[in-house]
Write a protein that binds this ligand. Structure first.
Ligand code: UDP
Length: 418
Protein backbone atom coordinates (compact mmCIF):
# COMPACT_ATOMS: atom_id res chain seq x y z
CA UNK A 1 0.00 0.00 0.00
CA UNK A 2 2.80 2.46 0.76
CA UNK A 3 5.06 1.95 -2.23
CA UNK A 4 4.87 0.57 -5.76
CA UNK A 5 6.88 -2.18 -7.42
CA UNK A 6 7.17 0.21 -10.38
CA UNK A 7 9.11 2.80 -8.31
CA UNK A 8 12.89 3.17 -8.49
CA UNK A 9 14.29 1.68 -5.26
CA UNK A 10 16.88 3.57 -3.24
CA UNK A 11 14.87 6.66 -2.37
CA UNK A 12 11.75 7.65 -0.42
CA UNK A 13 9.83 4.59 0.72
CA UNK A 14 11.11 2.42 -2.14
CA UNK A 15 13.81 -0.03 -1.12
CA UNK A 16 14.44 -3.69 -0.59
CA UNK A 17 10.77 -4.56 -0.20
CA UNK A 18 10.04 -3.27 -3.71
CA UNK A 19 12.90 -5.34 -5.10
CA UNK A 20 11.69 -8.37 -3.16
CA UNK A 21 8.13 -8.11 -4.49
CA UNK A 22 9.23 -7.63 -8.11
CA UNK A 23 11.72 -10.49 -7.98
CA UNK A 24 9.35 -13.03 -6.44
CA UNK A 25 6.37 -11.97 -8.57
CA UNK A 26 8.37 -12.40 -11.80
CA UNK A 27 9.59 -15.81 -10.74
CA UNK A 28 6.20 -16.98 -9.51
CA UNK A 29 4.72 -16.01 -12.89
CA UNK A 30 7.48 -17.93 -14.66
CA UNK A 31 6.35 -20.99 -12.69
CA UNK A 32 2.72 -20.54 -13.68
CA UNK A 33 1.48 -18.69 -10.59
CA UNK A 34 -0.35 -15.55 -11.69
CA UNK A 35 0.20 -12.54 -9.47
CA UNK A 36 -1.84 -9.35 -9.01
CA UNK A 37 -0.08 -6.63 -7.02
CA UNK A 38 -2.25 -3.91 -5.48
CA UNK A 39 -0.67 -0.55 -4.80
CA UNK A 40 -2.02 2.93 -4.12
CA UNK A 41 -2.36 5.30 -7.10
CA UNK A 42 -0.07 8.24 -6.37
CA UNK A 43 -0.83 10.03 -9.64
CA UNK A 44 -3.89 10.58 -11.80
CA UNK A 45 -1.84 9.53 -14.85
CA UNK A 46 -1.26 5.96 -13.70
CA UNK A 47 -3.27 3.34 -15.60
CA UNK A 48 -5.68 1.27 -13.47
CA UNK A 49 -3.74 -1.85 -14.46
CA UNK A 50 -0.16 -2.19 -15.74
CA UNK A 51 1.59 -5.40 -16.78
CA UNK A 52 4.93 -5.81 -15.01
CA UNK A 53 5.78 -8.97 -16.97
CA UNK A 54 3.39 -11.53 -18.50
CA UNK A 55 1.50 -13.06 -15.58
CA UNK A 56 2.08 -10.14 -13.19
CA UNK A 57 -0.34 -7.21 -13.05
CA UNK A 58 0.11 -4.06 -10.99
CA UNK A 59 -3.28 -2.64 -10.01
CA UNK A 60 -3.41 1.00 -9.00
CA UNK A 61 -6.05 1.51 -6.35
CA UNK A 62 -7.49 5.00 -5.94
CA UNK A 63 -7.39 5.76 -2.21
CA UNK A 64 -6.70 9.26 -0.98
CA UNK A 65 -5.00 12.05 -2.89
CA UNK A 66 -3.02 11.50 -6.10
CA UNK A 67 0.32 12.20 -4.47
CA UNK A 68 2.98 10.53 -2.37
CA UNK A 69 1.87 10.40 1.25
CA UNK A 70 4.00 10.01 4.32
CA UNK A 71 3.68 6.53 5.84
CA UNK A 72 2.11 8.08 8.92
CA UNK A 73 -0.69 9.55 6.79
CA UNK A 74 -1.57 6.23 5.20
CA UNK A 75 -3.65 4.63 7.99
CA UNK A 76 -6.34 7.20 7.14
CA UNK A 77 -6.50 5.75 3.61
CA UNK A 78 -6.74 2.10 4.70
CA UNK A 79 -10.51 2.02 4.38
CA UNK A 80 -10.51 3.41 0.83
CA UNK A 81 -7.66 1.14 -0.22
CA UNK A 82 -9.31 -1.97 1.25
CA UNK A 83 -12.60 -1.23 -0.48
CA UNK A 84 -10.73 -0.74 -3.80
CA UNK A 85 -9.11 -4.17 -3.42
CA UNK A 86 -12.43 -5.80 -2.50
CA UNK A 87 -14.21 -4.12 -5.45
CA UNK A 88 -11.60 -5.46 -7.87
CA UNK A 89 -12.14 -9.02 -6.69
CA UNK A 90 -15.94 -8.61 -6.67
CA UNK A 91 -15.87 -8.07 -10.43
CA UNK A 92 -14.70 -11.68 -10.86
CA UNK A 93 -16.32 -15.01 -10.11
CA UNK A 94 -15.90 -16.04 -6.44
CA UNK A 95 -12.62 -17.85 -5.90
CA UNK A 96 -10.63 -15.60 -8.25
CA UNK A 97 -7.74 -15.38 -5.82
CA UNK A 98 -6.31 -18.44 -4.06
CA UNK A 99 -4.03 -16.73 -1.58
CA UNK A 100 -3.01 -13.32 -0.27
CA UNK A 101 0.59 -12.38 0.48
CA UNK A 102 0.84 -8.98 2.10
CA UNK A 103 4.00 -6.95 2.68
CA UNK A 104 4.47 -4.45 5.54
CA UNK A 105 1.84 -3.91 8.21
CA UNK A 106 -0.37 -1.45 6.29
CA UNK A 107 -0.98 -3.99 3.52
CA UNK A 108 -1.33 -6.63 6.22
CA UNK A 109 -4.35 -4.73 7.53
CA UNK A 110 -5.90 -4.84 4.07
CA UNK A 111 -5.12 -8.54 3.83
CA UNK A 112 -6.77 -9.14 7.20
CA UNK A 113 -10.09 -7.79 5.87
CA UNK A 114 -9.77 -9.40 2.41
CA UNK A 115 -8.89 -12.82 3.86
CA UNK A 116 -12.12 -12.89 5.83
CA UNK A 117 -14.18 -11.76 2.87
CA UNK A 118 -12.64 -14.19 0.37
CA UNK A 119 -11.98 -17.12 2.70
CA UNK A 120 -8.38 -17.51 1.52
CA UNK A 121 -5.19 -17.84 3.55
CA UNK A 122 -3.18 -14.77 4.44
CA UNK A 123 0.61 -14.95 4.31
CA UNK A 124 2.33 -11.87 5.68
CA UNK A 125 5.87 -10.50 5.58
CA UNK A 126 6.67 -7.73 8.05
CA UNK A 127 9.89 -6.52 6.33
CA UNK A 128 10.48 -4.23 9.32
CA UNK A 129 8.94 -4.31 12.79
CA UNK A 130 8.15 -1.24 14.89
CA UNK A 131 9.22 -2.88 18.15
CA UNK A 132 12.60 -3.85 16.72
CA UNK A 133 13.09 -0.48 15.03
CA UNK A 134 12.22 1.46 18.18
CA UNK A 135 14.72 -0.55 20.19
CA UNK A 136 17.56 0.51 17.85
CA UNK A 137 16.75 4.12 17.02
CA UNK A 138 19.46 6.25 15.50
CA UNK A 139 20.04 9.74 16.88
CA UNK A 140 17.53 12.10 15.23
CA UNK A 141 15.21 9.27 14.21
CA UNK A 142 11.52 9.40 15.15
CA UNK A 143 10.05 6.40 17.00
CA UNK A 144 7.38 4.36 15.20
CA UNK A 145 3.92 5.28 16.54
CA UNK A 146 1.84 3.04 18.85
CA UNK A 147 -0.78 2.65 16.06
CA UNK A 148 1.76 0.77 14.02
CA UNK A 149 2.63 -1.53 16.92
CA UNK A 150 -1.05 -2.32 17.44
CA UNK A 151 -1.60 -2.75 13.69
CA UNK A 152 1.32 -5.18 13.50
CA UNK A 153 0.01 -7.18 16.45
CA UNK A 154 -3.37 -7.52 14.71
CA UNK A 155 -1.76 -8.72 11.50
CA UNK A 156 0.42 -11.23 13.36
CA UNK A 157 -2.68 -12.59 15.06
CA UNK A 158 -4.72 -12.89 11.86
CA UNK A 159 -2.11 -14.18 9.40
CA UNK A 160 -2.07 -17.89 8.63
CA UNK A 161 1.66 -17.76 7.92
CA UNK A 162 4.31 -15.20 8.75
CA UNK A 163 7.38 -15.06 6.58
CA UNK A 164 10.59 -13.93 8.31
CA UNK A 165 13.81 -13.05 6.48
CA UNK A 166 16.05 -14.66 9.09
CA UNK A 167 15.76 -16.97 12.09
CA UNK A 168 16.36 -13.95 14.29
CA UNK A 169 13.33 -12.19 12.80
CA UNK A 170 11.31 -15.38 13.28
CA UNK A 171 12.29 -15.38 16.95
CA UNK A 172 11.37 -11.71 17.31
CA UNK A 173 7.94 -12.42 15.84
CA UNK A 174 7.39 -15.04 18.52
CA UNK A 175 9.00 -13.23 21.45
CA UNK A 176 7.97 -9.64 20.77
CA UNK A 177 4.65 -10.14 18.97
CA UNK A 178 3.44 -13.42 20.44
CA UNK A 179 3.28 -15.18 17.04
CA UNK A 180 2.48 -18.89 17.04
CA UNK A 181 5.86 -20.52 16.17
CA UNK A 182 4.08 -23.11 14.01
CA UNK A 183 2.91 -20.34 11.71
CA UNK A 184 6.28 -18.64 11.30
CA UNK A 185 8.61 -19.66 8.45
CA UNK A 186 12.07 -18.33 7.67
CA UNK A 187 12.56 -17.64 3.99
CA UNK A 188 15.88 -16.04 3.13
CA UNK A 189 15.67 -13.31 0.50
CA UNK A 190 17.75 -13.55 -2.63
CA UNK A 191 20.04 -11.80 -5.04
CA UNK A 192 19.70 -11.67 -8.82
CA UNK A 193 22.92 -13.57 -9.44
CA UNK A 194 22.77 -12.99 -13.19
CA UNK A 195 22.72 -9.22 -12.67
CA UNK A 196 25.01 -8.98 -9.65
CA UNK A 197 28.20 -10.83 -10.54
CA UNK A 198 31.87 -10.03 -10.91
CA UNK A 199 32.58 -9.02 -14.49
CA UNK A 200 33.87 -12.03 -16.44
CA UNK A 201 34.66 -13.70 -13.13
CA UNK A 202 37.88 -11.67 -12.85
CA UNK A 203 37.58 -9.58 -9.74
CA UNK A 204 40.46 -7.18 -10.35
CA UNK A 205 39.94 -6.45 -14.04
CA UNK A 206 36.17 -6.16 -13.41
CA UNK A 207 36.92 -3.39 -10.96
CA UNK A 208 39.04 -1.55 -13.50
CA UNK A 209 36.38 -1.68 -16.22
CA UNK A 210 33.71 -0.46 -13.80
CA UNK A 211 35.92 2.41 -12.63
CA UNK A 212 36.60 3.54 -16.19
CA UNK A 213 32.86 3.58 -16.86
CA UNK A 214 32.05 5.52 -13.72
CA UNK A 215 34.94 7.96 -14.06
CA UNK A 216 36.72 6.77 -10.92
CA UNK A 217 40.54 6.75 -10.73
CA UNK A 218 42.07 3.35 -11.34
CA UNK A 219 44.26 3.39 -8.23
CA UNK A 220 41.68 4.90 -5.83
CA UNK A 221 40.58 3.23 -2.60
CA UNK A 222 36.82 3.30 -3.12
CA UNK A 223 34.37 2.93 -0.22
CA UNK A 224 30.73 2.60 -1.24
CA UNK A 225 27.44 3.28 0.54
CA UNK A 226 24.24 2.28 -1.28
CA UNK A 227 20.72 2.85 -0.04
CA UNK A 228 18.11 5.27 1.13
CA UNK A 229 19.68 8.18 2.93
CA UNK A 230 18.07 8.07 6.36
CA UNK A 231 19.34 7.99 9.97
CA UNK A 232 18.62 4.25 10.26
CA UNK A 233 21.19 3.50 7.54
CA UNK A 234 23.84 5.65 9.26
CA UNK A 235 25.77 6.87 6.19
CA UNK A 236 27.27 9.51 8.51
CA UNK A 237 29.27 6.74 10.23
CA UNK A 238 31.07 6.08 6.94
CA UNK A 239 31.85 9.78 6.41
CA UNK A 240 33.18 10.14 9.94
CA UNK A 241 35.29 6.99 9.52
CA UNK A 242 36.69 8.32 6.23
CA UNK A 243 37.62 11.61 7.91
CA UNK A 244 39.49 9.72 10.62
CA UNK A 245 41.33 7.64 8.04
CA UNK A 246 42.71 10.65 6.19
CA UNK A 247 43.57 12.33 9.46
CA UNK A 248 45.58 9.30 10.54
CA UNK A 249 47.16 8.83 7.09
CA UNK A 250 47.22 12.11 5.13
CA UNK A 251 48.74 10.35 2.09
CA UNK A 252 45.45 8.47 1.73
CA UNK A 253 43.71 11.74 0.84
CA UNK A 254 45.08 11.41 -2.71
CA UNK A 255 43.48 8.00 -3.17
CA UNK A 256 40.35 7.83 -1.04
CA UNK A 257 36.93 8.08 -2.68
CA UNK A 258 33.67 7.68 -0.77
CA UNK A 259 30.73 7.06 -3.10
CA UNK A 260 27.19 7.48 -1.77
CA UNK A 261 24.47 6.13 -4.07
CA UNK A 262 20.87 6.76 -3.05
CA UNK A 263 18.21 9.37 -2.49
CA UNK A 264 16.51 11.05 0.45
CA UNK A 265 14.08 9.12 2.62
CA UNK A 266 12.13 10.60 5.49
CA UNK A 267 13.27 13.66 7.31
CA UNK A 268 16.28 14.48 9.43
CA UNK A 269 19.95 15.26 9.20
CA UNK A 270 20.87 12.24 7.15
CA UNK A 271 19.38 13.70 3.93
CA UNK A 272 21.84 14.15 1.05
CA UNK A 273 22.14 17.90 1.76
CA UNK A 274 22.83 17.12 5.43
CA UNK A 275 25.47 14.57 4.45
CA UNK A 276 27.07 17.01 2.03
CA UNK A 277 27.27 19.53 4.84
CA UNK A 278 28.74 16.92 7.17
CA UNK A 279 31.38 16.04 4.56
CA UNK A 280 32.24 19.75 4.37
CA UNK A 281 32.42 20.09 8.15
CA UNK A 282 34.68 17.05 8.31
CA UNK A 283 36.94 18.51 5.61
CA UNK A 284 36.38 15.65 3.16
CA UNK A 285 33.85 17.20 0.74
CA UNK A 286 36.34 16.72 -2.12
CA UNK A 287 36.55 12.99 -1.41
CA UNK A 288 32.83 12.22 -1.37
CA UNK A 289 30.83 11.62 -4.54
CA UNK A 290 27.04 11.70 -4.25
CA UNK A 291 25.04 9.84 -6.88
CA UNK A 292 21.26 9.69 -7.31
CA UNK A 293 19.54 6.29 -7.09
CA UNK A 294 20.13 4.24 -10.20
CA UNK A 295 18.73 1.07 -11.80
CA UNK A 296 20.30 -2.19 -10.69
CA UNK A 297 22.47 -2.86 -13.78
CA UNK A 298 24.26 0.43 -13.11
CA UNK A 299 24.33 -0.28 -9.41
CA UNK A 300 26.20 -3.51 -10.18
CA UNK A 301 28.95 -1.35 -11.76
CA UNK A 302 29.22 0.67 -8.54
CA UNK A 303 29.60 -2.51 -6.49
CA UNK A 304 32.28 -3.79 -8.89
CA UNK A 305 34.09 -0.46 -8.81
CA UNK A 306 34.25 -0.40 -5.01
CA UNK A 307 36.97 -1.91 -2.84
CA UNK A 308 34.56 -2.23 0.07
CA UNK A 309 30.81 -1.67 0.48
CA UNK A 310 29.97 -0.28 3.91
CA UNK A 311 26.59 -0.96 5.57
CA UNK A 312 26.67 0.70 9.01
CA UNK A 313 22.87 0.50 9.56
CA UNK A 314 21.31 0.57 13.02
CA UNK A 315 18.99 -2.15 11.84
CA UNK A 316 18.29 -4.22 8.69
CA UNK A 317 15.78 -7.01 8.46
CA UNK A 318 18.12 -8.52 5.84
CA UNK A 319 20.15 -6.00 3.84
CA UNK A 320 19.90 -6.76 0.13
CA UNK A 321 22.65 -4.23 -0.61
CA UNK A 322 25.12 -6.33 1.39
CA UNK A 323 24.19 -9.48 -0.52
CA UNK A 324 24.30 -7.75 -3.92
CA UNK A 325 27.72 -6.19 -3.25
CA UNK A 326 29.15 -9.56 -2.27
CA UNK A 327 27.68 -11.20 -5.36
CA UNK A 328 29.68 -8.64 -7.39
CA UNK A 329 32.85 -9.66 -5.57
CA UNK A 330 33.02 -6.75 -3.12
CA UNK A 331 33.63 -7.45 0.56
CA UNK A 332 31.20 -5.80 2.97
CA UNK A 333 31.97 -4.06 6.22
CA UNK A 334 28.69 -3.96 8.13
CA UNK A 335 27.22 -3.37 11.55
CA UNK A 336 26.58 -6.65 13.38
CA UNK A 337 22.82 -6.10 13.56
CA UNK A 338 19.70 -7.95 12.43
CA UNK A 339 19.81 -9.64 9.04
CA UNK A 340 23.29 -8.30 8.28
CA UNK A 341 24.60 -11.07 10.52
CA UNK A 342 23.16 -13.53 8.01
CA UNK A 343 23.91 -11.50 4.89
CA UNK A 344 27.61 -11.10 5.76
CA UNK A 345 29.94 -13.84 6.99
CA UNK A 346 32.36 -12.22 9.40
CA UNK A 347 35.97 -12.85 8.39
CA UNK A 348 34.99 -14.73 5.23
CA UNK A 349 32.97 -12.38 3.05
CA UNK A 350 33.50 -9.17 4.99
CA UNK A 351 33.75 -7.83 8.51
CA UNK A 352 30.97 -7.33 11.06
CA UNK A 353 31.45 -4.54 13.57
CA UNK A 354 29.67 -4.20 16.92
CA UNK A 355 28.14 -0.76 17.31
CA UNK A 356 28.51 2.42 15.29
CA UNK A 357 31.68 4.03 16.52
CA UNK A 358 33.36 5.62 13.45
CA UNK A 359 36.76 4.80 15.00
CA UNK A 360 36.01 1.06 14.72
CA UNK A 361 34.96 1.42 11.09
CA UNK A 362 38.04 3.53 10.32
CA UNK A 363 40.32 0.88 11.85
CA UNK A 364 38.81 -1.97 9.81
CA UNK A 365 38.69 0.05 6.57
CA UNK A 366 42.29 1.21 7.03
CA UNK A 367 43.42 -2.35 7.60
CA UNK A 368 41.65 -3.49 4.44
CA UNK A 369 43.30 -0.64 2.54
CA UNK A 370 46.73 -1.70 3.78
CA UNK A 371 46.17 -5.40 3.06
CA UNK A 372 45.07 -5.95 -0.56
CA UNK A 373 45.51 -9.72 -0.16
CA UNK A 374 43.06 -9.80 2.70
CA UNK A 375 40.65 -7.81 0.51
CA UNK A 376 41.07 -10.28 -2.30
CA UNK A 377 40.47 -13.23 0.01
CA UNK A 378 37.29 -11.61 1.32
CA UNK A 379 36.21 -10.76 -2.23
CA UNK A 380 36.39 -14.43 -3.20
CA UNK A 381 34.57 -15.39 -0.01
CA UNK A 382 31.95 -12.74 -0.77
CA UNK A 383 31.07 -14.29 -4.14
CA UNK A 384 30.88 -17.74 -2.55
CA UNK A 385 28.69 -16.51 0.31
CA UNK A 386 26.32 -14.55 -1.95
CA UNK A 387 25.64 -17.68 -3.98
CA UNK A 388 23.65 -18.98 -1.01
CA UNK A 389 21.01 -16.34 -1.76
CA UNK A 390 19.40 -16.93 -5.16
CA UNK A 391 15.80 -15.72 -5.63
CA UNK A 392 14.86 -19.11 -7.08
CA UNK A 393 15.53 -20.68 -3.68
CA UNK A 394 13.44 -17.95 -2.05
CA UNK A 395 10.56 -18.75 -4.39
CA UNK A 396 10.90 -22.52 -3.77
CA UNK A 397 10.52 -21.86 -0.05
CA UNK A 398 7.66 -19.40 -0.51
CA UNK A 399 5.76 -21.93 -2.59
CA UNK A 400 6.15 -24.43 0.25
CA UNK A 401 4.81 -21.83 2.68
CA UNK A 402 1.86 -21.06 0.36
CA UNK A 403 1.09 -24.76 -0.05
CA UNK A 404 1.20 -25.24 3.71
CA UNK A 405 -1.15 -22.30 4.22
CA UNK A 406 -3.54 -23.57 1.55
CA UNK A 407 -3.75 -27.07 2.97
CA UNK A 408 -4.18 -26.05 6.59
CA UNK A 409 -6.71 -23.30 5.94
CA UNK A 410 -9.50 -25.30 4.40
CA UNK A 411 -12.38 -23.19 5.65
CA UNK A 412 -13.05 -19.48 5.37
CA UNK A 413 -12.31 -18.08 8.82
CA UNK A 414 -15.23 -15.92 9.80
CA UNK A 415 -16.12 -15.11 6.18
CA UNK A 416 -18.72 -12.41 5.85
CA UNK A 417 -21.74 -13.21 3.67
CA UNK A 418 -21.10 -12.16 0.09
N1 UDP B 1 18.68 0.09 -4.93
C1 UDP B 1 18.61 0.40 -6.29
N2 UDP B 1 19.19 1.55 -6.71
C2 UDP B 1 19.84 2.42 -5.88
C3 UDP B 1 19.90 2.09 -4.50
C4 UDP B 1 19.32 0.91 -4.06
O1 UDP B 1 18.05 -0.35 -7.09
O2 UDP B 1 20.33 3.45 -6.34
C5 UDP B 1 18.12 -1.19 -4.45
C6 UDP B 1 19.20 -2.17 -4.10
O3 UDP B 1 19.63 -2.87 -5.25
C7 UDP B 1 18.53 -3.07 -3.07
C8 UDP B 1 17.44 -2.18 -2.47
O4 UDP B 1 17.38 -0.99 -3.26
O5 UDP B 1 17.95 -4.20 -3.69
C9 UDP B 1 17.72 -1.80 -1.02
O6 UDP B 1 17.45 -2.89 -0.22
P1 UDP B 1 18.03 -3.09 1.24
O7 UDP B 1 17.47 -4.38 1.76
O8 UDP B 1 19.52 -2.97 1.25
O9 UDP B 1 17.49 -1.84 2.08
P2 UDP B 1 16.00 -1.30 2.35
O10 UDP B 1 15.76 -0.26 1.32
O11 UDP B 1 15.05 -2.44 2.25
O12 UDP B 1 16.05 -0.69 3.70
Amino acid sequence: MHTSPLDQPGTGDAGGMNVYIVEIAKRLAARGVEVDIFTRATSRDLPPVAELVPGVLVRHVVAGPFEELDKNELPAELCGFTSGVLRTEAAYEPGHYDLLHTHYWLSGQVGWAAKQRWGVPLVHSMHTMAKVKNAALAEGDTPEPPERVLGEEQVVESADRLVANTDEEARQLVELYGADPARVATVTPGVDLSRFRPRAGLLRSGTEVARRRLGLPRDAYVLLFVGRIQPLKAPDVLLRAAARMVEADPALRRRLVVAVVGGPSGTGRARPEGLQKLAGDLGIADLVRFEPPCPQPELAEWYRAADVTVVPSHNESFGLVAAEAQACGTPVVAAAVGGLRTAVRDGESGVLIDGHDPADYAAVLARLEAEPRLRERLARGAVRHAHRFGWEVTVDRLLEVYTGALTTVAQPTGALPR
